[in-house]
Design a protein around this ligand. Sequence first.
Ligand code: COA
Length: 179
Amino acid sequence: MKLEIRRMVEADLARVVAIENCWDYLSKWGEKGYLKVLREPCLYCPLVAEVESAGGPSAGETGALAGAAVLALMVDRGELCNLMVPPRYLGKGVGKRLLAGCMEVARHWRFSRIFLEVRQSNRRAIRFYRRNGFRIVSRRSNYYRDPLEDAWVMERATAAEPLSPGGSGVLQGMGALPR
Ligand SMILES: CC(C)(COP(=O)(O)OP(=O)(O)OC[C@H]1O[C@@H](n2cnc3c(N)ncnc32)[C@H](O)[C@@H]1OP(=O)(O)O)[C@@H](O)C(=O)NCCC(=O)NCCS
C-alpha cells in the first residue's frame, strides 16, 4: 500500500472525524476541533496518511485516509495529541509512518523531545509507542474522562534512530513551515 503523509486540509475533516469515531475511548474533537487546529499553524501540525491510488493522486481529488495525527508545537517540545488509524488499516505500518512524519516536523522545529499521554488500558498503543522508541516517564492521575482513567506520559528523543530511513517526505509537500 502506497501512502502519502501530508498536512491535513479542510477537505479531509469529515474523513478525519470518521476515523476518530471508530474508537469509542478517544476524546472527540469533531470537525470544529480540527478546524481550530488547522487555523493555528504555529500551534499545531496536523497530518494525514492518504492512500495513493495506483495511478497516483490526480489534481483536486483525494484518496482514502488511512490515519491522522496532530502534533502540538509547544515552546520547547512536541506533544503528540492525537494519532489514530481506522480498524481496516491497522497493523500495516500507517501509525509508524505518521509518527515518523511527526518526528520530522519536531526536528524541523528543533524540539529535542516528543511527549504524549496514553490511557493505561490502551495496551496496543503503549506497545506501539514502546516499539517506536518511547518510554514511560510519569503518570497523570484521572487524566481521561468517559471512562475516568489515569494516563501514562511517554517521551522519546527526536534525535534517536529515525523511524523511516530516508524520511517520510512530509516536509517536502508542506512548503515553508512556520517557525
Ligand atoms: C496505536 C495505533 C495508532 C497504531 O497504528 P498502526 O497503524 O496499527 O501501527 P503500525 O502498523 O505502524 O504498527 C502496529 C503493529 O503492526 C505491525 N506492522 C507494521 N507494519 C506492518 C505491515 N506492513 N504488515 C503487518 N504488520 C505490520 C508492527 O510490527 C506493529 O506491531 P506491534 O503492535 O506488535 O508493535 C493504532 O493502533 C490506533 O489507531 N489505535 C486506536 C487509536 C489510539 O488508541 N491511538 C493512540 C492514542 S494515544
